[in-house]
Design a protein around this ligand. Structure first.
Ligand code: F0G
Length: 414
């Protein structure tokens, strides 16, 4: 199911101008006191005509969210084999992942329909985001996560924001089943990405990116894919942006899965003749999903955008992550799948060296500190990009030796 509403009266340049005026009003700290200012400050509600047109400032549960940067880092582009690469860093959202864009809309809607509790199944980011927005809305939240499979930062956030947190003895797919049953039988409001309000909010990742590019579509948008909510949202955004004349051509979408959790990639290789499910296993716990809920919508998106689905190994994900981290940007493992995917597609010649590519980084580096320390400190032998800590005696000579080797390291890197 997707949301149905009347398209805005304006199209093309008039609609672009409306969105641009809102953005520049915020960036120049326009001291307007009207209600619209609160909505304009959010990188989701700025596009409200395409998100939830009839929401008023009083309805909206906003932090605000969005307004994430498009970053360009030479070292990452070079590693991928491209002249330039842009990274849309969704880890800069208030709870550190893109989930906030969907959650502001879903929790707004929950409040509008008078929900008395909200719930979700999650690999960790959705639960952190729901916990925060439910707290903002004054609603109790119930989250179901696979026991022992949630990255430390995400679990810590979920507890801290105050959600009732259930560690389910099972995997994400079990949690999802349970959450759907709870919504149906126990009357809680389901905030997973099967909820069309979530998808509607997540469309703004693409809308904001297009606006940042001056409404010139890139050649490629590359994103990590798990439950396929985001892939569906990106397709919906491009469909609408194109129909409304915001852009004059549609970029290709590349959805990247982890090899141990790649049922969508398996179906793609067979031209989507069959829907696959797998028992998922990957270091990228965010996308450790074997039976993606938004499969059908995502198939449509890949077909419509002449898109591609591929998978990358855990070691490719961790190497990509180390390169993104060492550029001073940083991201969580699942996010790095997009950069690993760009490198693979560039090496196969599918993405041309000078094409305009936006890789979406979906979550913040501090979401998963456990995997970071394991990679840099605990793994033996150390992986390619490991940066091992050195224990030293409390003597200046030891500091001097370390400084000399750091300088040599930099020379090599240059
Ligand atoms: N990247 C991150 C950091 C995620 O947390 C997720 C999904 C994805 C990518 C994949 O997006 O599911 O829309 O295909 N996380 C969900 C969660 C499942 O519960 O936090 P998707």
């Amino acid at each position: 199911m997707s949301l149905q509403y009347d398209p805005p009266a304006e199209r093309g340049s008039a609609l672009r101008a409306r969105f641009d005026a809102r953005r520049s009003a915020v960036s120049t700290l326009d001291p307007r006191k009207d209600d619209a200012a609160t909505l304009d400050a959010s990188g989701v509600w700025r596009y409200r005509e395409l998100v939830l047109p009839d929401a008023s400032e009083n309805d909206v549960v906003t932090q605000p969210e969005g307004n994430t940067p498009l970053l360009r880092r030479e070292s990452v582009a070079r590693w991928c084999g491209l002249d330039a690469l842009l990274m849309k860093h969704e880890g800069w959202n208030p709870t550190g992942s893109f989930k906030d864009r969907g959650m502001t809309v879903a929790v707004t809607q929950a409040r509008r329909v008078g929900a008395t509790a909200v719930a979700c199944a999650s690999t960790g980011n959705t639960s952190a985001s729901l916990a925060a927005y439910a707290s903002l809305a004054g609603l109790p939240a119930l989250v179901l996560v696979p026991s022992g499979q949630v990255a430390l930062g995400k679990l810590a956030q979920t507890l801290a924001y105050g959600a009732r947190t259930l560690l389910v003895r099972g995997d994400f797919d079990d949690c999802m089943r349970l959450a759907r049953d709870a919504a149906e039988r126990l009357g809680v409001y389901l905030a997973n990405s099967v909820n069309p309000y979530r998808i509607s909010g997540q469309k703004t990742i693409v809308l904001e990116m297009l606006q940042q590019l001056g409404w010139r579509a890139p050649d490629w948008i590359v994103l990590p894919a798990g439950n396929l909510g985001n892939t569906s949202a990106f397709g919906a955004a491009l469909r609408e942006a194109s129909a409304l004349g915001l852009i004059d051509r549609v970029p290709r979408i590349a959805a990247v899965q982890a090899s141990g959790a790649a049922p969508f990639a398996a179906s793609f290789r067979e031209n989507f003749r069959e829907r696959h499910t797998v028992r998922a296993e990957t270091v990228a716990t965010a996308i450790r999903i074997g039976d993606p809920a938004s499969y059908d919508r995502a198939v449509r998106v890949i077909r419509e955008t002449n898109g591609i689905v591929l998978d990358v190994s855990d070691s490719e994900i961790l190497d990509a992550k180390a390169v993104v981290d060492a550029s001073g940007v940083g991201c969580e493992p699942a996010s790095a799948a997009s950069v690993a995917g760009v490198r693979t597609l560039a090496s196969r010649g599918v993405i041309g060296r000078s094409e305009v590519v936006v890789a979406v980084l979906t979550g913040h580096i501090l979401k998963d500190p456990g995997i970071l320390l394991q990679y840099h400190r605990d793994t033996d032998p150390p992986p390619t990009h490991a940066n091992r800590p050195m224990e030293i005696d409390a003597e200046l000579s030891a500091v001097e030796r370390a400084l000399a080797s750091a300088r040599r390291g930099r020379d090599v890197a240059r």
